[in-house]
Design a protein around this ligand. Structure first.
Ligand SMILES: *Cc1c(COP(=O)(O)O)cnc(C)c1O
Length: 419
């Protein structure tokens, strides 16, 4: 696509954009009435305006009904998790029964590892990305220790080749094949939080299955960003948070995917709680755990209604916009950002892959000199990306609330800085 670096061109793209209207459904940030270009949707998505009423609904039901809200509220709390399944499933490409919303991401990652990481004497290794998000590193390290293993032996880290920033799919697959007899599980991000690289989850899952291993993904940076097909890719399990691209508020609740071939296997070992127990028997308070079918069988506790009310409101927007439409706009928005940044090639290197299939919306930029100074300048000029030590600026234009004009503004401020 042939882009132009002019305000009128950016405004023309916005005028042609059928998703532009969704921007009004968010609280955009302002500094003294001046619009702030928000580029941190990969960290904490902006607040959808429909969230407040959604929370108030539950607060009112609580205030007027007390415990009866479980059955007689507008959205009976007793079944609250079911209100999210269908829309959450659409976002990740799953059947509704394969998805459940509960807890927080890292807790869910541990719950999934309990079920899917069942090391034996010979088959006990975990493949993950080197420099994965720290919480994932700590989770894998302590999972290995939990099974009496030495993490240095049990965990195989995938590193880019010397001088490269991103992992080649061929190298991921050859590592899987190299360890085919000792590999228990591949557990990777869907999109790497630092480089913005999107992994070929379909190919990785197939390679893992071909050697008899499990494939699980942390989709913190992929859910609401990529167009995912977890069911069709035959992924074993996945977890994600809802506060990044899914705009469901700080510390918001998390999603879990368990492929139905596992979800409907009551023999699969798990750490259980009463909310995962057969719902027809839940209140009989009997001994002996009988899991619900599907991902719901991993629930521990009764629904966290307030965070889930936020998530429900946010998912309604995704449902209306359609994840495949959002992804289409996102590809164009990020390509436009890449085009605008190409004016500053001498000062910046984009480490995120150029191929749109190998990235989501985020571009990670290494500033050759004084990166923090550029970051501070952007911020002082109402552009808000994020900064990752030692020298990366991440910019994540999201299709629900960022515009092409936003991207043009980034170039304008960069020009002021560099020229
Ligand atoms: C954001 C993020 C987390 C955060 O975990 P929480 O349990 O939600 O605090 C974990 N892993 C990855 C890959 C992330 O990007």
């Amino acid at each position: 696509m042939q882009f132009e670096n002019t305000l009128s061109y950016a405004q023309k793209l916005d005028a042609e954009d059928s998703l532009a209207k969704f921007r009004d459904q968010f609280h955009l940030l302002k500094n003294d009435e001046k619009h702030i270009v928000y580029l941190c949707g990969n960290s904490l998505g902006l607040q959808p305006k429909n969230v407040k009423a959604a929370i108030e609904q539950e607060l009112n039901d609580w205030a007027t009904l007390g415990v009866e809200g479980h059955f007689h509220g507008k959205n009976p709390w007793m079944y609250y998790h079911k209100l999210l399944n269908e829309k959450a499933a659409k976002v990740v490409g799953a059947n509704p029964s394969e998805v459940v919303v509960m807890n927080n991401l890292t807790a869910n990652l541990h719950l999934m590892m309990v079920s899917f990481y069942r090391p034996t004497k010979t088959r006990y290794k975990i493949i993950m990305e080197a420099s994965a998000f720290p919480s994932d590193q700590y989770a894998m390290e302590t999972q290995a220790r939990f099974h009496g293993l030495n993490p240095d032996d049990a965990i195989i880290e995938l590193k880019p080749r010397d001088g490269e920033f991103i992992l080649r799919t061929e190298d991921i697959i050859s590592t899987i094949n190299k360890h085919k007899n000792e590999l228990a599980i591949v557990m990777m991000g869907g999109v790497n939080y630092y480089t913005g690289q999107a992994f070929d989850m379909n190919a990785i899952t197939k390679a893992a299955h071909d050697v008899g291993a499990i494939a699980g993904f942390d989709l913190a940076h992929a859910a609401g960003n990529l167009h995912l097909h977890l069911h069709d890719w035959d992924v074993d399990f996945a977890v994600w948070c809802s506060y990044k691209y899914l705009n469901s508020g700080p510390g918001g609740t998390s999603g879990v995917f368990v492929h139905e071939r596992h979800g409907n296997n009551p023999e699969l070992v798990r750490f259980a709680g009463w909310w995962g127990h057969d719902e027809n028997e839940r209140f009989k308070m009997k001994k002996g755990f009988v899991p619900m079918n599907g991902a719901a069988g991993w629930q521990l506790s009764n629904a966290q209604v307030i965070p889930m009310a936020i998530h429900k409101a946010s998912l309604e927007i995704f449902d209306e916009a359609g994840i495949e439409n959002l992804r289409k706009k996102s590809e164009k928005l990020t390509a436009y950002l890449e085009f605008i940044l190409s004016d500053f090639k001498d000062n910046l290197t984009i480490i995120t892959p150029q191929n749109k299939n190998d990235r989501g919306c985020q571009l990670s930029i290494i500033v050759k000199k004084d990166g923090k100074k550029l970051f501070d300048f952007l911020q002082a000029n109402n552009i808000l990306p994020d900064w990752r030590e030692p020298n990366v600026i991440r910019m994540s234009p999201v299709p629900l609330y960022n515009s092409f004009e936003d991207i043009f503004r980034i170039g304008e401020v960069m020009n002021k800085y560099f020229n």
